[in-house]
Design a protein. Sequence first.
Length: 163
Amino acid sequence: MIEITIRNVQPEDFERVAEIETICFPAAEAATRESLKARIAAFPECFFIAEKEGVIIGFVNGCITNSPVIYDELFSSTQHHIPNGQNLAVFGLDVIPEYRRKGIAAQLMNHLILAAKNTGRKSVILTCKDQLVHYYESLGYVNNGLSKSTHGGSQWFDMTLTF
Ligand SMILES: CC(C)(COP(=O)(O)OP(=O)(O)OC[C@H]1O[C@@H](n2cnc3c(N)ncnc32)[C@H](O)[C@@H]1OP(=O)(O)O)[C@@H](O)C(=O)NCCC(=O)NCCS
């Protein structure tokens, strides 16, 4: 397993985080700079950075909700965050291309899952495309079928990991 440091996001990470988001997602799916800045300010406890020798190479971010599934407004407004809610909703998992397929996303996801467990959440929820369903299943998520989300004009599946 490649050695990395995982830590909570800090305001000064913003530019690098925004850069990585544009590398990892097409424009229609990427979080906007404004959104990322607002998330970092509003719920850094749900935002984890992967660092290799002091350089940010990936991150995972989300918020807390009482909804059992992701809905599109969650992505665009930090107002939907419910600090003492039941479920951690994952917005995005990003690893820069040079570091992919080394288990870094899995380390980030396992860190987030543990944080959710340790703060008394009931589940972690996310949406993903067809080709990543098997990947999230390998991390313990259950596929609940097609999501109502039309984020970025794509088709998504609802995935849930219940503690
Ligand atoms: C998806 C992503 C986060 C995976 O990061 P990673 O650090 O390479 O992931 P891991 O090393 O933990 O796991 C790799 C596994 O993920 C799966 N996987 C990753 N990308 C895949 C793809 N495009 N199609 C199918 N499976 C894929 C495979 O099972 C792969 O295992 P393998 O190398 O044995 O084939 C990274 O490719 C990425 O940032 N992609 C762009 C953004 C994105 O799609 N994020 C996820 C949706 S929120």
